[in-house]
Ligand binder design. Structure first.
Ligand SMILES: [Zn+2]
Length: 188
């Protein structure tokens, strides 16, 4: 997985992770309003007329011009089905025994209020748990099971979501996102 560029809207809200080729298109066509961070330099072909090699500097963070209306399309942060974001939010820590779950096969999504009891499949009702801790809790609330939650589940804000979903995040991008997290976040 290669370098990714963090694209923001003009107000500085994360819009999308872009691959470097897509980001270079925005840079080359003048669609970047402002930018932050170190450059990735893309080298292109050699110009026949003077032998110069084309190059394009693509910053780590770019804010897209004419993006004022994009915020209207931002929906709630998806929890997803594959648990990747959930386990990252919870740092692979079991909410019931407090151990870090190193074996991926032991990691499960536990519904704090069980689904059979009307608990919803939403960020604020799910935690990371060992398969065994999840089974032992069964169809009970943490109180009924005598297993109090060791941390509080929460819905990530858009900045945290980009940290959870990003791959190979570079320092300039992490610094930008981390500076805008609420204090309850565990992302950094
Ligand atoms: Zn556990």
């Amino acid at each position: 997985m290669g370098v990714q560029v963090l694209a923001l809207d003009i107000a500085g809200t994360p819009f999308r992770w872009l691959d470097i080729e897509r980001a270079s298109y925005y840079v080359a066509s003048g669609k970047v309003a402002w930018s932050l961070g170190d450059y990735n330099t893309l080298r292109g072909g050699v110009r026949r007329i003077d032998g110069a090699r084309s190059r394009l500097d693509v910053p780590a963070v770019i804010a897209l011009a004419k993006s004022e209306s994009m915020a209207r399309h931002y929906g709630p942060i998806p929890l997803g089905h594959d648990n990747r974001l959930l386990f990252r939010r919870d740092r692979d820590i079991c909410a019931y025994c407090g151990e870090r779950i190193t074996d991926p096969h032991q990691r499960t999504r536990d519904h704090v209020i069980p689904r059979a009891r009307g608990g919803r499949d939403v960020w604020a009702n799910v935690v990371t748990a060992h398969r065994s801790c999840n089974m032992a809790k069964g169809c009970r609330t943490p109180e009924e099971a005598g297993k109090p939650l060791l941390y509080v589940p929460y819905s990530p804000c858009r900045f945290e979501h980009f940290i959870l979903a990003g791959r190979n995040i570079v320092a300039d991008q992490m610094e930008y996102l981390a500076a805008r997290l609420p204090s309850h976040s565990r992302a950094v």
